[in-house]
Design a protein around this ligand. Sequence first.
Ligand code: NAD
Length: 263
Amino acid sequence: MDLGLNGKKALVLGASRGIGKAIALELAREGVEPVLCARQDAALEAAADDIRKETGARVHFKSCDLTLGTDRENLIKSVNEQVGAVDILILNTGGPKPSSAMDTRLEEWEIGFHQLFQMIVHLNQAFVPKMVEKKWGRIICVTSLSVIEPIANLAISNAMRSAVTAMLKTLSDELAPHQITVNCLAPGAIATERLEELMEARISKTAQSKEEYLKHYLAAIPMARMGNPEEFAAMAAFLCSQKASYVTGSTISIDGGKRRSTY
Ligand code: NAD
C-alpha cells in the first residue's frame, strides 16, 4: 500500500528510543524526512544513524528538553532551518513520575503540566500555521490507555493526558476545514525500556517474582502478550498517510484488546 508520504517532513518528539524512535523509523521507510528530538545529542545521533542505515533517508535531529520554553524555541528555529515547514507532528515524550493523587506535590503537578500539556500547545502553535497554508497536515499524540481507564499510581499521566486529549479534540475541530487531521494513539503495554523500568519499580514493591508479576499482568491482555514498538508505529504511519485523510479527532488504543470499554 502506498501511504503517499514520500517527501513529507516530520518532527518526531521523544525519538531517541521506544515508541518515538519506532515511529520515526517507520515514517523514514515511507520516504519521510524526519527531525528527531529528545534531550541528549549522543542518543539522538545513535538513533538517527540507525534510521539512516536501515532506510537511507535524510534524518536530522535537535536536542531539546521539552519541559523548557527556551529549549522549545531553539527546537522550533532549528526545525525551520533544517526542513522548513513540518507536514507531520508526532507529539510524544517521556512518561511522568509515578505517584498517587494525594501524594503528588503541587510542584510535581506543575512539572507534569509543562511536560505533557504545555509543550504540546507551544509546538502546535509554532508548526500548525504552515500546515494551514499548505492545506495538509497530520498531528498525532502518543497518550496512554490511562485516558480511557485510569492507571493506579499514575495520577499525573491519568489527569494530564486526559486534558491533552480534550484539548486536541478541540483542535481537531478547528483544523478539520483545512484538511489537517489530529488524532491520539493510546498505548496499552508496548515493550519499551520505559515499560521495563515501570515494571521493575512495581515488582520491587511486591513480594512477587518477575515471572509471577508478568503472568498476572499478561492475563489482563486478551492477546496475552505485550505489543512491540513496530506494531505501534505501523498504526502511526497509517494515520499520517493520505489513506487516513478522513480520520480525525479520534483516540485509537493499541493494546492487544486490553481496553474494557466497547467504544
Ligand atoms: P520511553 O521512555 O522509552 O521514551 C521516551 C522518549 O522521550 C525518549 O526518547 C526520551 O529520551 C524522550 N524524553 C523524555 N523526556 C524528555 C524531555 N523532557 N524532553 C525531550 N525528550 C524527552 O517511553 P515509551 O515507552 O516509548 O513511551 C512513549 C510515551 O508513551 C511515554 O509518554 C509513555 O509514558 C507513554 N506510554 C507508554 C506505554 C508503553 O507501554 N510503553 C504505555 C502507556 C503510555
